[in-house]
Every structure is written in C-alpha cells, then in structure tokens.
Design a binder for this molecule. Structure first.
Ligand code: FAD
Length: 294
C-alpha cells in the first residue's frame, strides 16, 4: 500500500519547521529518518495532511561535548553517527555499547537518535537508555522551548509529552558520576531485531565499594521504557555480590509489565529480564570497581 496523499514540505531552518507545525498542528507530522514513519504511512496507520521533512535542517544534527563532562546530541543525528562517535564512547559508553543492537546498519544509517526517542516504541533501545542515563530533552515550539526529563517524557504506549506543534530538537546526556560503570544486555530473535527483553544498568560505587547509585532501565518490559525502582533499591547502600545481584533481579520482576505476543510469553520475558538484569548489573558493577581501582 502507498501512503494517503499529503503535502510535502522541507524547510531548511528550525524556525521554518516550527512555523509549519504551528500552522498545521495535529494535521502535520515531522519526518526524520523515516525508518518508522514511512511504514506507518504506508500502512495508513497515520494520514497526516502535511509532512514536514527535517532532513535539510543541518543545525539539528551533531554531537558536542558539554562543559562538565556531558554530551549534547542533536535530534537529527543519525544513530550510526552516534554509534561511531569517539565523544559518545568516552562520555556515554552505555550508548556506544547499546546502539549496535538498534536494528541493522542500513537502518541506523538513516534512523535518527531523536526519531527513535520521539517514536517511543516500547521495544526500542534508545528510550530506555535515556532513562538509565537520566537524559533531558529540549522541546521547541514557535517562540518557546522547554526542557523535559526523559522520565517525564514517556507517558504510555507510543506516547510522549510532545505536543503536536513541538519538535524534539536536542538531547542532553549528563556526565556519569565518578565511580560509575554501565552495561547493556538484550536478547532478540536475530541480532538487529527488536529486543524480546533488554536491560541497561548504571552502577556507581563509592570509595569503599558500596553501591551509591543504581539505575536500571528496561526495553520491551511494559507499555513504555521503564526504570526498575525495586531492583535499584535492593542494590543501593549495599556491597554488590552475587547474592545481592540475584535479589535485585528477582525484585525487578515486580517493576516490569511484559506482555505475551507471537514472539514470547510473559513467563519467558520475565525470566529473560531476571537473567539479563543479573548480567547487566554484575558487568556494570565490575566496570565501576575497575574505575575505582584504576
Ligand atoms: P521517523 O521514522 O522519521 O519518525 C518516527 C516518529 O517520530 C514519527 O512519528 C515522527 O513524526 C516522530 N519524530 C521524528 N523525529 C522527531 C523530532 N525530532 N521531533 C518530534 N517528533 C519526531 N528501532 C530500535 O530501537 N530497535 C530495533 O531493533 C529496531 N529495529 C528495526 C527494524 C526494522 C526492519 C526497521 C525498519 C526499523 C527498526 N527500528 C528499530 C526503528 C529505527 O530505529 C527507527 O530509526 C526509529 O524508530 C525512528 O527513527 P527515525 O529517525 O527513522 O524517525
């Protein structure tokens, strides 16, 4: 099937795009890499009257170092550019580790960081990574902007805090605290397929090896990306050993709401979540210990 007819607009400035969104509101859709939107249009699951192509707006792409150690990523930065960036590897190694799991190289060459975050697919890696990294998003509309924490951005199944006339234009990733280690684990039917389950972990150890901060975020575990507060609480304030990692992984099963589908049952996804949490937390803790002993 082909998309329903639409008017195609390709502004070359952010202000031009925002003016179009202000004019057309819910009738408009922005086109980033098109890797999710084009199939949606072809299946006629969306029928926007106006398509606002962001690909000519060069100012929306790029990766910069933030003073103090964080990263600023333009929404139109291709996923593959982020994956291959030395700056991302140095400042947000969790992203470098996880991005190769996002679809296939050909899709990452076109797909954008902002497009994946805005699309809010519960099986997508980047939204969960944004939660684990406590990223912040700058949303712009004509004449105004606001910053939204990743944890407030996701509001349900394919649902976000973005208003119809708003654009996600920038993602800020704060620096990891000293003594942090990160790890990402997922299982997919084939490499590059959407994850049956994925777990991102950030563990911060103090000078004595006690877990000061634990952040765990899951992919394909509910209607949107989610953090796992029960599992995090088990780890925080404790010295991490194998028994504690098992206890955290068991606690995580209270935080998630996986569903059954043609690919996997709830029981299988829950067991995957347990196993992947153990692996991710243990590797993150080992890496954190490595930074402490280095
Ligand atoms: P588009 O498809 O252009 O847009 C997606 C949605 O976001 C649209 O509603 C659009 O209006 C909106 N949008 C885009 N940019 C903005 C913005 N800046 N501000 C506001 N709204 C915006 N993804 C994964 O995470 N993991 C996978 O394993 C995976 N596997 C895939 C396998 C296949 C075969 C395919 C085709 C895709 C797969 N994807 C996967 C999706 C891929 O990562 C997409 O690139 C991503 O979901 C959307 O990014 P995009 O830039 O292509 O956005």
């Amino acid at each position: 099937m082909k998309p329903a007819p639409f008017e195609y607009r390709a502004p070359d400035t952010v202000d031009g795009a925002l003016a179009l969104l202000a004019e057309h509101g819910e009738e408009a859709k922005v086109l980033a890499g098109g890797q999710s939107l084009i199939p949606v249009l072809n299946f006629r699951l969306a029928r926007p009257a106006v398509l606002v192509d962001l690909n000519r707006i060069s100012s929306l792409a790029g990766i910069e170092a933030l003073a103090g150690g964080g990263l600023r990523i333009g929404a139109m930065t291709r996923q593959r550019a982020a994956e291959r960036s030395d700056l991302v590897a140095a400042r947000a190694p969790l992203l470098s580790e996880a991005l190769p799991h996002v679809a296939h190289v050909q899709i990452r060459n076109r797909g954008t960081v902002g497009g994946s975050l805005a699309h809010a697919d519960p099986a997508a890696e980047l939204p969960a990574l944004a939660l684990a990294l406590e990223a912040r998003f700058r949303l712009r509309r004509a004449g105004a902007e606001r910053w939204v924490d990743a944890r407030d951005f996701y509001t349900g199944l394919f649902a976000t805090a973005l208003a119809p006339d708003e654009l996600l234009d920038t993602i800020d990733v704060p620096p990891l605290p000293p003594g942090a280690g990160c790890a990402f684990e997922e299982v997919a039917r084939r490499h590059g397929d959407y994850a049956l389950m994925g777990v991102a972990a950030v563990v911060v150890l103090d000078g004595g090896g006690v877990c000061r901060i634990a952040r765990i975020a899951c992919v394909s575990a509910g209607p949107g990306p989610l953090r796992a507060p029960s599992a995090e609480a088990v780890l925080q304030g404790q010295r991490i050993d194998s028994a504690l990692v098992h206890a955290a992984a068991d606690a995580l099963t209270r935080d998630i709401e996986p569903t059954s589908d043609v690919h996997a049952s709830v029981e299988y996804r829950t067991q995957l979540a347990r196993v992947l949490t153990r692996r991710a937390v243990q590797r993150a803790a080992d890496r954190a210990a490595g930074t402490r002993s280095a």
